[in-house]
Design a protein around this ligand. Structure first.
Ligand code: ADP
Length: 316
C-alpha cells in the first residue's frame, strides 16, 4: 500500500507540488495522470526516497519515506522516467549488478534473473550490449530491473514514453500480467493509456491533485450536459420547435447541411432519449439514430485542467 499525506516540494523558491495526498490500496493499479510539468516525477521521486519532501509524509508498505528509505528502495520496484541503464553492459550483467544492489542473495540471483528475463520477454537479447538495443527493449530491461526481488509495490514513471505503438502494447501487456497481487502506481501524461490499465486515476495539475476517481465516475461526474445524437428522416420542422421546448433540453444544434442530424444537449441527470424518441414518433419523423454521445476521457482531462487555469485566472 502507498499513502501520501500533504506532500509539498519546493525546488529552491519554486513550488513543484503542494499538499499532495492520495492512497494506493494493496492490489490496486492506480494511474497518476497529469500534463508535463504537473509534478508527477517529483511525487514519485519522493515516494521512492530519491528526494525528501519539503513537508508532508508518506509510507510505502507501512515504511516511512524518511525513516526507512533504504528498506523502501529495496522493497519496491521503481522504473524511473529515464532509465539509468549501463549501456556498455550486457542485459544479463546489468541485471546481475542490479540484483546485487537490491539485496538479492547470491544463491537466488540466477533464478531471479531468469524469472524477470522471461516476464519481460528478454530471452533473445540477454547477452546483447544494452547500448545496442532498441528503445522498446531498453524499456523492458528497465522494467526487468524493477521486478528483481519480486516487489509487492511497483512505481512506474511514464513507462511507455517514447515507444512506438507496438512497443507500447507489449509494455502494457507486461504490466497487465504483473497486476496480480501487486500495488502499482503508474504515471502518464496520456489519458487513454492510463484508462486502459487502471481502475482508478489520480489527476495532478500544477502540483495539486484535481481529481481522484474511476475513469467511469470521472466521466459521469464531470459531464455538465449530456449530448444526444439524433438523426431523422422526413420533415422535422415541427419536431425541431417542439424539442427545444422539452423540459430538460438545454440546446439543440443541427450538425449537417441536410439538417437531418442533431446534437441535443440535455440535463445529464435525466435520460432524455425516451422523451425525444416519443416526440419524434408523435411528429411523424422517421428515427434513424438516437444515442448518447460519451465525452472521451481526453475531453474530461482537458476540462479539468483548463477549469483549474480559468479559476486561477479569475482569482488573480
Ligand atoms: P512531471 O513529472 O509531471 O512532468 P515534474 O515533477 O518533473 O513534473 O516537475 C514539476 C515542476 O517542478 C516543473 O515545474 C519542473 O520544471 C520543476 N522541477 C522538476 N525537477 C526540478 C529540479 N530538479 N529543479 C528545479 N525544478 C524542478
Amino acid at each position: 500500500m502507498i499513502e501520501a499525506e500533504g506532500l509539498t516540494k519546493f525546488y529552491g523558491p519554486r513550488g513543484a507540488i503542494k499538499d499532495v495526498s492520495f492512497q494506493v490500496e494493496k492490489g490496486e493499479v492506480v494511474g497518476f495522470l497529469g500534463p508535463n510539468g504537473a509534478g508527477k516525477s517529483t511525487t514519485i521521486r519522493i515516494l521512492t526516497c530519491y528526494i525528501p519532501p519539503s513537508s508532508g509524509t508518506a509510507t510505502v508498505e507501512g515504511l516511512d519515506i524518511l525513516e526507512d528509505s533504504l528498506r523502501i528502495r529495496q522493497t519496491i520496484g521503481y522504473l524511473p522516467e529515464s532509465v539509468p541503464l549501463y549501456n556498455e553492459l550486457t542485459v544479463d550483467r546489468f541485471l546481475r549488478f542490479a540484483a546485487g544492489a537490491k539485496g538479492v542473495g547470491a544463491k537466488r540471483i540466477g533464478a531471479e534473473i531468469s524469472r524477470v528475463v522471461s516476464t519481460c520477454g528478454l530471452e533473445k537479447v540477454s547477452n546483447r550490449i544494452i547500448g545496442n538495443l532498441s528503445k522498446g527493449f531498453k524499456q523492458r530491461v528497465g522494467l526487468a530491473q524493477a521486478l528483481l526481488n519480486n516487489p509487492s509495490v511497483l512505481i512506474l514513471d511514464e513507462p511507455t514514453i517514447g515507444l512506438d505503438p507496438t512497443q507500447i502494447i507489449e509494455i502494457r501487456r507486461i504490466i497487465e500480467e504483473l497486476r496480480e497481487d501487486r500495488t502499482i502506481l503508474l504515471s502518464s501524461h496520456i489519458l487513454p493509456e492510463v484508462a486502459q490499465i487502471c481502475k482508478r486515476v489520480v489527476i495532478i495539475n500544477k502540483g495539486q491533485i484535481v481529481a481522484t476517481d474511476s475513469p467511469a465516475n470521472l466521466t459521469s461526474q464531470l459531464q455538465k450536459t449530456s449530448t444526444i445524437v439524433l438523426e431523422l428522416s422526413g420533415p422535422h420542422e415541427e419536431f425541431t420547435r417542439a424539442v427545444e421546448n422539452l423540459p430538460g433540453v438545454q440546446k439543440v444544434l443541427r450538425t449537417s447541411n441536410g439538417t437531418s442530424k442533431f446534437q441535443i444537449e440535455t440535463d445529464p441527470t435525466v435520460d432524455m432519449r425516451p422523451d425525444i424518441a416519443a416526440l419524434a414518433v408523435r411528429k411523424g419523423c422517421g428515427l434513424l439514430e438516437l444515442r448518447t454521445l460519451q465525452l472521451s476521457l481526453e475531453e474530461i482531462f482537458m476540462q479539468l485542467v483548463t477549469e483549474e487555469s480559468t479559476q486561477e485566472g479569475a482569482e488573480s
